[in-house]
Design a protein around this ligand. Structure first.
Ligand code: ASP
Length: 578
């Protein structure tokens, strides 16, 4: 039994006269009284079947029963289409199959949505994902995903990386999210954490002499789901011994360029620009700025120190953006609403209309020197934030992103860049304690080791982020390879030596037994593929994602568990949840 001799998208007019067999799904069926036409589809395309009751009475009877998404096997002769029926938009549009044998291999119930329907509700798409997967968009995205991962694997292989599998069930790895916990039947009351990343294992691989490790690793993080976040996702995880920062960045740039080429796209220019964290925050108000457009934050603190406009004169910091548009009153009111989301209380702005004249309330308060210092082109609006530095940065950074989208400043190009020289620690807003910016295993910048305890806020780190068009693709760092320095970092974070031993004793032991200098990186594969595919969220490039509530509409998971099962695991639910 031969299911098919050719794929549906294959036949061309060169095959006219051949007897071929196709198998696939019914994309469309048209009954013209006598003749029945069926578009038969597989992932390669569509071939038109013609069933003529005079030529093939039995297939004609079968064809009358056929509905969309039935699975058929059709056998017949390739014939040219009449000139008026040629479809130039279809690769198989010059021929059709004159059917001599037709078999229904599988039937389909009425469908919850048609495959060519647009704007189908996402939960419905995910509930019936097997139908959604048949559509061109998902086929294209999942196949692109395969091409990208294959290319990454081959780059890694060429560069001498070894694929090592690391456990999913482990002890918590601090990557800044909550852990998913797994109760253990054999040891009631004890839990594994699902790895937020293979971080410590990959470092142990370096200490274990593997030299270059990589993995397309699954990671689990219990955090709110968003366009670029799922509970579980995969990342290109890698680690290298005896390297400096530049060597790690070079590997990533090669992976990105290779993946672009594999996807048939012009690769971005290498090396990618480097931007310091300080510059990124000051100039763009974000540690992952979209650099497809300039729109830099400018400073007016000095020029407004003696301003008649009290808000400016008294604010610790006054900064502004020059939007390339003279906004109307209504547009400004809308912007004000947007800016409020980032905590902007009052909006100060200056509109310079097309004739160059200054409009707006604060204009009259400004001295000549202020007006001169705030000169801008006609047809622009200066949007000010006057407050403490953090608020100003947050508000103008948010507004910059908003304006980039709203005024379509992004253009078509792609900009990759690195953000480097992050601070090693930041203050935890709720506890006031020092905490890590990346993770606690990140090494300080050379020469900053002593600052870890003497001036934590002044210590810079060897952490780096890769940004593509304003999306953070991934992070990495050169790691601490000395146990004493690792203990000092824990102490600064308020983890006493005994606690550090209890939580990370195995790492401290390993660092004390011949640890090479090492560093690495992890890139979110689905963020990368979504951007490559031009998709707005990673669910479009994942076969079976979860929706934002954290549920899987397809299987209905998560589901409650019977008491007996929970009891066996040593778990009892709080009453209000039962
Ligand atoms: N483990 C880090 C993460 O998953 C990446 C790294 O530092 O290599 O974000």
């Amino acid at each position: 039994m031969i299911w098919r001799t050719h794929m549906c998208g294959e036949p061309r007019k060169e095959l006219v006269g051949e007897r071929l067999t196709f198998a696939g799904w019914v994309d469309r069926r048209r009954d013209h009284g006598g003749l029945v036409f069926i578009d038969l589809r597989d992932h390669t395309g569509v071939v038109q079947l013609v069933i003529n009751p005079e030529r093939a009475p039995d297939p004609a009877a079968v064809a009358r029963e056929v509905r969309n998404e039935f699975v058929l096997r059709a056998e017949g002769e390739v014939v040219p289409r009449a000139p008026e029926n040629v479809n130039p938009n279809l690769p198989t549009g010059e021929i059709e199959l004159a059917v001599d044998g037709l078999e229904i291999l599988s039937r389909a119930t009425p469908l919850p949505f048609q495959l060519d329907e647009e704007n189908v509700d996402e939960t419905l798409r995910l509930r019936y994902r097997w139908l959604d997967l048949r559509r061109e968009r998902m086929q294209r995205n999942l196949r692109l995903s395969h091409v990208v991962i294959r290319s990454i694997r081959s780059t890694m292989d060429e560069l001498g990386f070894v694929d090592v599998w690391t456990p999913s069930m482990t002890k918590g790895t601090p990557e800044g999210a909550r852990d998913f916990l797994v109760p253990v039947r054999l040891q009631p009351g004890r839990f594994f954490a699902l790895a937020q990343s293979p971080q410590l294992f990959k470092q142990l691989c370096m200490i274990g002499g593997l030299d270059r490790y990589y993995q397309i690793a699954t990671c689990w993080r219990d955090e709110d789901l968003r366009a670029d976040r799922q509970f579980e996702f995969r990342q290109l995880d890698l680690e290298m011994a005896f390297v400096d920062r530049e060597a790690v960045l070079d590997v990533l740039e090669r992976c990105v360029a290779g993946a672009f080429e594999a996807a048939g796209r012009e690769p971005p220019q290498r090396p990618f620009p480097r931007l310091s964290y300080e510059d990124a925050i000051r100039r763009f108000g974000s540690d992952k700025p979209d650099l497809r457009y300039d729109l830099e934050i400018r400073d007016a603190t000095d020029v407004t120190r003696g301003s008649q406009f009290g808000v400016f004169a008294s604010a610790p910091v006054v900064r502004f953006l020059v939007a390339p548009k003279a906004f109307s009153r209504t547009e400004l009111a809308r912007l004000e609403e947007v800016a409020k989301e980032w905590g902007w209380k009052g909006l100060a702005y200056l509109v310079r209309d097309e004739s160059g004249a200054l409009r707006w309330p604060i204009a009259k308060f400004l001295s000549d020197s202020e007006t001169a210092a705030l000169a801008s082109d006609p047809g622009t609006t200066l949007l000010f934030a006057a407050a403490d530095e953090q608020t100003v940065t947050r508000v103008l950074g948010g507004l910059r992103t908003h304006l980039g989208r709203e005024l379509e400043l992004t253009g078509a190009g792609d900009v990759f860049h690195w953000v480097v020289d992050f601070p090693l620690f930041e203050r935890d807003e709720t506890t006031g304690h020092w905490t890590f910016l990346h993770h606690p295993f990140t090494a300080p910048t050379p020469g900053h080791d002593d600052l870890v305890e003497s001036d934590p806020g002044g210590a810079l780190s060897q952490h780096y982020d890769l940004i593509w068009n304003g999306w953070e693709l991934g992070s990495g760092s050169i790691r601490i390879h000395r146990a004493d320095l690792q203990r000092a970092v824990f102490r600064t974070m308020g983890i006493a030596d005994e606690d550090a031993r209890e939580k990370f004793g195995f790492l401290l032991d390993a660092l004390a037994m011949g640890a090479p200098p090492h560093g690495g990186f992890a890139m979110g594969i689905y963020r990368f593929i979504a951007l490559l595919a031009g998709e707005p969220n990673i669910r479009e490039v994942i076969a079976f994602p979860k929706v934002s509530s954290g549920s899987d509409p397809l299987s209905g998971a998560p589901t409650p568990m019977p008491d007996g099962v929970l009891a066996e695991l040593g778990v009892r639910l709080l009453e209000q949840m039962e």
